[in-house]
Design a protein around this ligand. Structure first.
Ligand code: IVH
Length: 745
């Protein structure tokens, strides 16, 4: 759909102005990607634009220009790094865009055709490898010593990033294990055949050639990426969108000390310039053999690399690696198939910059662009408010995505997603779709503004210049009222989520509220379970708790799998539930943080429901076990008129309990006092002393602080006694404690 927006139907694709805009856009995106490491669109979007241009150019060769992005791969080197001309150009790979198995079949068929193999010829042998999602590096070793590391750049000229690459632990700085010149009698030989332990087999030991260029991918492991972003967040620095960008940024750090702090890894997958066999260099027969040699020289190679015979095994490989994709420690965006025989590779050769003997077979992209149509706030069963971005439907990670959670207020703010924004949506595996970040209006390709230059690309995460931004929607704010029932939505201190406080009244929380009320430990309505509540609420028969007591036989019996007898039973259970106790009723209201024990304490303390409903925060705090969070929660709950109305209606429906006089205001002698017991007391065990203190309303703590009222010390009292003296806290012996318990103070 993004593409559709970019190419309104009235524009002919072969319109030269349109092509020019497309090329300009691609150039700018390539520059962002390769040179600045700040891409503003996902790869899949770039690929799509690129292919669009390729298609148009294929259909209209007369419109081809030598500077078209399709004629050059990648971008220029930054001036700040020295340029390196590659001794052997760094190629790219043709991409099989068909993500279905036919991608492998197409490739195999092409290879067979080009090699002139007919149907009777045996299967071609391939090496299948993951397509690592990092950046390509050329490592140059002379006489076994790393002398230079360069990026791919445009394939001809890259950048000298030796300093940064040297910080990567996985990359050997010297290959001094076996050097031809050090092996007696083998000055000229590149191989050494050794008899192996097992009889009949021979192992080839490849000697390190004097010139060796190893090519491979520098990448960042997912766990390293997460840890790095966590550190960035802690420091208040910008976080990275994905491991590939983080790796690219690290490699192109001007300060190697900074690069060293970014955890990078490496996989080898090929060679550049190597001492020729005639001059004593290795004479590999196959790509696989070459990879084994690289491993033996100390380079990391992926354990997922595999030999495959013909299309069938390529297809199986694609499927198998695809299944493991999300559980790998690193990102891959596809697999690569290579003809294994180096002689056949040579025979097949290249088309422009792409070898005919290799192909990349991608997996469905896990990131795509789409537009935010709205931001809804959903209310969960427990009253939690979640902002959710409503998206123009987009196919990503194998499914069509129309919603992506923004989790909570902080997350939504951090990402600053607004209605109308273009965003990157990511869906990897079964993980719920996520908005990775916002892409500011980038390149406008629109025939009506043809004369206008393409708008400058804006970095993804540098959006300080608010004024310069074209009309964006307003900043998202969490509603202070529940979007479902209108009750107050509050965010408790130290919590990330807003919650609706209209627990009993809120439509979103109906099922949860009813089930909570009806449970055995609360008001108990026997037989009123999940399935029934689900039906009653979905059929709109019950909206709030009092509706339970207005149920008639006809309505109940009309429900699925509800015989008249069971309907009758439910009615009886409801009737029975009307006679309850204050603690059960209070607990049944489902007030946040008010569990069974707290409900009991409250009932005991106040005696009457009205007293609880009207109690001030201070009065609530005087109750055993009630701290500021519980007190606040009670207050907010009963401040919602809706909730009070529900309570009134329940009473009107005949729900009753015995109310008592408020309990006397704490007659206990040690109430509010905190004790610390240390050492051995003459007659009381510690537990016995603790029980006595608690029975008298006091508390026993484990360590001495300014809040300690008394320290009870026996023999061999240690540091706690010292601390008490230091803080000037009263110290009692057992006799003193007993005196206190008897009512002195
Ligand atoms: S081989 C002859 N093997 O893909 C082809 N490349 O467009 C030379 N890549 O920039 C590359 N995994 O960074 C090869 N197993 C793999 C690869 C791989 C990732 C990247 C590489 C290169 C791009 C090719």
């Amino acid at each position: 759909m993004v593409t559709k927006d970019l190419f309104p139907p009235q524009v002919s694709p072969s319109d030269p102005a349109h092509i020019a805009q497309l090329r300009r856009a691609l150039h700018q995106h390539a520059h962002r990607y390769y040179v600045l490491d700040e891409p503003t669109i996902p790869d899949a979007e770039y690929d799509r634009l690129f292919q669009e241009l390729q298609t148009i150019e294929a259909q209209h060769p007369e419109l081809m220009t030598s500077d078209s992005p399709t004629q050059r791969v990648g971008g220029r080197a930054l001036e700040s790094f020295a340029n390196v001309r590659h001794a052997v150009p760094m190629l790219s790979i043709r991409t099989e865009t068909d993500t279905e198995p036919s991608g492998a079949q197409n490739f195999d068929a092409r290879v067979r055709r080009e090699l002139g193999l007919d149907e009777s010829a045996p299967a071609v042998e391939y090496v299948a490898e993951p397509k690592f999602d990092g950046l390509a590096i050329n490592l140059r070793y002379e006489r076994g010593v790393l002398v230079q590391a360069a990026t791919r750049g445009d394939g001809e000229v890259g950048e000298d990033v030796t300093q940064n690459i040297r910080t990567i632990g996985e990359i050997p700085l010297s290959l001094d294990a076996v050097r031809p010149e050090l092996v007696e009698g083998h000055e000229q030989a590149s191989t050494l055949r050794l008899a192996q332990d097992r009889p009949g087999s021979a192992r080839t030991v490849w000697l390190v050639p004097s010139v060796l260029e190893v090519r491979g991918e520098v990448y960042m492991r997912r766990d390293d990426f997460e840890a790095l972003n966590e550190k960035q967040r802690e420091k208040g620095d910008k976080t990275f969108v994905n491991p590939r960008n983080a790796a690219a940024g690290a490699v192109r750090q001007l300060d190697p000390a900074m690069a060293a702090q970014r955890p990078l890894s490496f996989f080898a997958y090929g060679l550049g310039e190597v001492t020729p066999a005639e001059a004593g260099g290795p004479d590999f027969g196959t790509h696989f053999e070459m990879l084994q040699a690289l491993k033996s020289w100390g380079f990391p190679a992926s354990s997922l690399v595999s030999i495959a015979q013909g299309a069938t095994e390529l297809i199986a490989y694609h499927a198998s690696v695809g299944q493991q994709r999300d559980s790998l420690g690193f990102d891959i965006d596809g697999v690569v198939y290579k003809v294994n025989s180096l002689a056949l590779q040579k025979q097949m050769g290249f088309v422009t910059r792409e070898p005919r003997w290799a192909v990349a077979h991608k997996y469905p992209a896990q990131e795509q662009l789409t537009t935010v149509l709205g931001i809804d706030v959903q209310v969960g069963r427990t009253g939690k408010l979640t902002p959710v971005a409503k998206l123009a439907p987009v196919f990503v990670g194998g499914v069509t995505v129309t919603n992506a959670t923004l989790h909570n207020e902080d997350e939504a703010r951090r990402k600053d997603v607004r209605v109308g924004d273009t965003v990157i949506v990511r869906r990897a595996g079964d993980v719920i779709p996520e908005v990775v970040g916002v892409v500011l209006p980038v390149v406008r390709i629109d025939s009506s503004v043809r004369a206008e230059p393409v708008e400058a690309l804006r970095p993804l995460r540098q959006r300080s210049g608010q004024a310069a931004q074209p009309e964006r929607g307003p900043v998202f704010t969490m509603p202070r009222q529940c979007p479902v029932c209108g009750s107050d939505a509050v965010r408790e201190e130290g919590e990330a989520d807003y919650r609706c406080t209209g627990g009993l009244f809120c439509g979103a929380q109906r099922k949860e509220a009813i089930l909570h009320y009806a449970q055995r430990r609360a008001v108990e309505v026997e037989g009123l379970g999940d399935k029934l509540v689900e039906q009653l609420v979905d059929a709109n028969i019950i909206r709030t708790l009092p509706d339970l007591y207005r149920l008639g036989l006809t309505a109940l019996a009309s429900l699925d799998r509800m015989a008249e007898k069971s309907a009758q039973n439910i009615l009886e259970a409801l009737q029975k539930s009307k006679q309850t106790t204050l603690p059960r009723f209070l607990f049944g209201l489902g007030i946040r943080h008010v569990g069974e024990a707290t409900a009991k304490e409250l009932a005991h303390h106040f005696g009457q429901l009205d007293a609880i409903m009207d109690a001030t925060q201070e009065q609530l705090l005087a109750v055993n076990d009630v701290g500021p969070i519980v007190a606040q929660s009670l207050r907010t709950f009963f401040d919602q008129t809706h909730n009070r109305e529900v309570v009134e209606q329940l009473r009107a429906c005949g729900v009753t309990w015995e109310e008592g006089a408020p309990a006397a205001v704490d007659p206990k002698p040690l109430s509010g006092k905190t004790f610390v017991i240390t050492g051995t007391l003459p007659s009381l065990s510690r537990d016995a002393a603790k029980d006595l203190i608690e029975a008298a309303g006091g508390k026993v703590a484990g360590s001495v602080s300014k809040k300690t009222s008394f320290v009870v010390a026996g023999t061999e009292a240690g540091s706690k006694l010292d601390k008490a003296k230091e803080l000037g806290i009263a110290v009692l012996d057992e006799a003193g404690l007993k005196e206190l318990l008897d009512g002195g103070s």
